[in-house]
Design a protein around this ligand. Sequence first.
Ligand code: SF4
Length: 504
Amino acid sequence: MTTAAASSPRTYQVRTYGCQMNVHDSERISGLLEGAGYVRATEADDNPDVVVFNTCAVRENADNRLYGNLGHLRPVKARHPEMQIAVGGCLAQKDRGEIVRKAPWVDVVFGTHNIGSLPVLLERARHNAAAEVEILESLDVFPSTLPTRRESTYAGWVSISVGCNNTCTFCIVPSLRGKEKDRRPGDILSEVRALVDEGVLEVTLLGQNVNSYGVEFGDRLAFGKLLRACGDVEGLERVRFTSPHPKDFTDDVIAAMAETPNVCHSLHMPLQSGSDDVLRAMRRSYRADRYLGIIEKVRAAMPDAAITTDIIVGFPGETEADFARTLDVVREARFSSAFTFQYSKRPGTPAATMDGQLPKQVVQERYERLIACVEEITWAENKKLVGETVEVLVAVGEGRKDERTGRMSGRARDGRLVHFATGANGQRGDAGLIRPGDVVHTTITYAAPHHLNADGEPLSHRRTRAGDAAEAGRAPRTPGVLLGLPTIGAPAAAPAPTTGCAAH
Ligand code: SF4
């Protein structure tokens, strides 16, 4: 493949919409482009040579937003004919050739299954002076085989599966991301170790439904084994995962969380609705009792666990009684935070054509009541931490007020956002300058519904390799090597089965 001219490398910019999957895919897109000789455009550069839109199809007006943004670029491209525009992600998978019909100034359209083709498609479009549209129906290369330019020096995403075998009626994922494909445990652990070797302290295992991990190779306990195996990775301080589905949650996963010291006691488990009738209509095959039962077991095993969730209000057919049941579950579950969504039609999903679509003002009014209920609970839960000492992994730019207040921010082990004072010496802790990626211990002095403050001097400050990398402006990169797609049926022997997890 020809790459951009060595003398003046072409610049690129990636614009990301949607979920963590897309954020991580964008890291791969950046890694691929840099591998092909492109360099990231500076913030100030408003006409990069390549602009990639990594799109999301989840929202009702996602396409309006995309075409609006593409429209803004049209005059820019007219002034800079060398500029190339590429559109990838879920909306590209859905709209395909329609995108170049509606926006003929787009150069490349690629789907969710062929991210790896992007540099070649850009090259071909340039060579042929014609748009390239390539969409595959299924995955040919597991995305984690691709080189990745990581955005964070201290925390990294690691995909354990892609796609989803469920059929939630509000969700477009199954039709755009396909059936669940599980990555081999040995490959996952290789990537985790590669990240830790680069100084990363925290890893989040990523899948649409992490609890069904192993379904492809017939091991229901595979996810718990994977968590335990992560516990053996020296230097890995925090393990998180997202998202589990209550249907597939096993007691073994709770035990693995409780028994593995580096697995954080935080759980993000989507509820969606507290009404069994609505759950049935959503085709989510657990019921409220089952959901609350999991929470009870998690709390029994880890009393300090912070549990967060996603809730949709105003699903078609939701009655006032159904909604009241959601509020009951919220009160009983005592979430530390909840992402709340007003139901909106997502084209291509079964729910979009269901009877009983609710008027906007009904949804809005319930939504406001839900937020008030959630905030009352999250605030009460946060207040319980005032006076407690927490370990904070220092982050970059969490909270805009930090500069003004002289605080820095980061996440506690349970995932809560903490703004902490850095002490009388400006941003110096007892080990020198406090950098993103370092670890401090501090005492909580104030609680708000969505964050905690710690306004005393930090009790301790530990410099880390992630902090060194942040200070030096180095982002971790993981090369796309050795990481093959699992075969369907019995997997091939995993490499170097040094842990129980790899020996399935
Ligand atoms: S579990 Fe349901 S909501 Fe989640 S990705 Fe699968 S179909 Fe979508």
